[in-house]
Design a protein around this ligand. Structure first.
Ligand code: HMG
Ligand code: MG
Length: 298
């Protein structure tokens, strides 16, 4: 009942670094992304073309995109909030544009400085122009299981925003547990609603592992036929505009579990380990990946 094959979408260079206090040099970012590019990952979100005042850690987006060695068969994606971001992403020759908004009003406001209603027309134009420029577009809806500022998030908001993003022309929707609060029962409930409208291949799950439930949520998603998962090598990650959010599910933990279950990912765990170790050394603190720490103490 599990899928035979899963695509891991690596978001470490973007989600992983956007929240870091220390600035990882452009050279180190490029070196790290190059390591990820040859690890068997087929998709890497390398940076964000957001306002650098909001996310200083990724202010060198263009230099990073221009500096990496692109490997054939790997899709290089980046986060884009508006037209200005799209212009920069096109200049940087990004393959896939990722647009994003939240299911909760307050997080949307704090994260991108506008209401949900005001975000829709902006993203519609970004998606249209991305498609005209020959790019594919991925959509994120954040805070689907909980918001750092509101008591609960209405499933109906997730549903209508998902519909709206697909209507704009996105090819895949990533459902974000931004602050890592979800459990498998909630995942099942949300996916049951979404799978009535969209095929499983069009959906991706994006779990932060704040409370240690991410792998359990992956299993629940696999059982419902989901085959696209976002994760960050070494378990880096978090959103500066979501207080309390911690790292993404670690790519190395995800790959370890899936390999053991005979679910193909194409990812070479030994190479992933080296990339995880590299970024841990650069950040100079222990990172959350269980697999990384287990291998280092062997
Ligand atoms: P704003 O300040 O309202 O923007 O920010 P504005 O349109 O009023 O422009 C103000 C200034 O910013 C202008 O410059 C613009 O040119 C500049 P000035 O005239 O003052 O010199 N500007 C830009 N510069 C570079 N690139 C751009 C850009 N846009 C405007 N793209 C904005 C609105 C959306 C830009 C801002 O709020 C922003 O950048 N927010 C990004 C926040 C962010 O990146 N959050 C983290 C990512 S989301 C996430 O982590 C969740 C996810 O992982 C899924 C999950 O976990 O759930 C995806
Ligand atoms: Mg995230």
């Amino acid at each position: 009942k599990w899928p035979e094959k899963v695509t891991i979408k690596e978001v470490g260079p973007r989600d992983g670094l956007q929240n870091e206090k220390s600035f990882i040099s452009t050279e180190d970012k490029i070196n790290w992304i190059n390591q990820l590019s040859v690890s068997g990952l087929k998709y890497i979100e390398i940076t964000s073309f957001v306002n650098p005042k909001w996310i200083p850690a990724l202010a060198d987006a263009l230099e990073v995109a221009n500096g990496i060695q692109r490997v054939e068969g790997v899709t290089y994606a980046a986060l884009v909030p508006n037209q200005k971001g799209l212009e920069r992403a096109i200049e940087a020759n990004i393959d896939e544009i990722a647009v994003f908004m939240s299911a909760s009003e307050t997080h949307n406001q704090k994260n991108i400085n506008k209401s949900i209603q005001d975000t829709i027309p902006i993203l519609r134009e970004v998606v249209q122009d991305s498609l005209s420029a020959g790019k594919t577009v991925r959509g994120y809806v954040s805070t689907v299981f909980g918001c750092p500022y509101e008591d609960s998030v209405d499933i109906d908001s997730v549903l209508w925003i998902s519909e709206a993003l697909f209507d704009m022309g996105i090819s895949e929707l990533s459902l974000g547990d931004t602050i890592g609060v979800a459990n498998p029962k909630q995942v099942q409930k949300l996916l049951e609603m979404l799978l009535r409208r969209f095929p499983p291949g069009k959906l991706a799950m994006h779990f932060h592992d704040t409370r240690g439930t991410a792998l359990a949520n992956i299993l629940a998603s696999l059982e419902m036929g989901i085959t696209n998962f976002d994760s960050a090598v070494a378990g880096l990650g978090g959103c500066p505009y979501a207080p309390g959010a911690s790292g993404n599910l670690a790519t190395d933990d995800l790959a370890y579990m899936l390999d053991g279950m005979d679910i193909k990912t194409g990812v070479d765990q030994a190479k992933l380990f080296l990339a995880a170790k590299f970024i841990q050394e650069k950040l100079d603190r222990l990172l959350p990946s269980h697999n990384l720490q287990a291998r280092l103490t062997k």
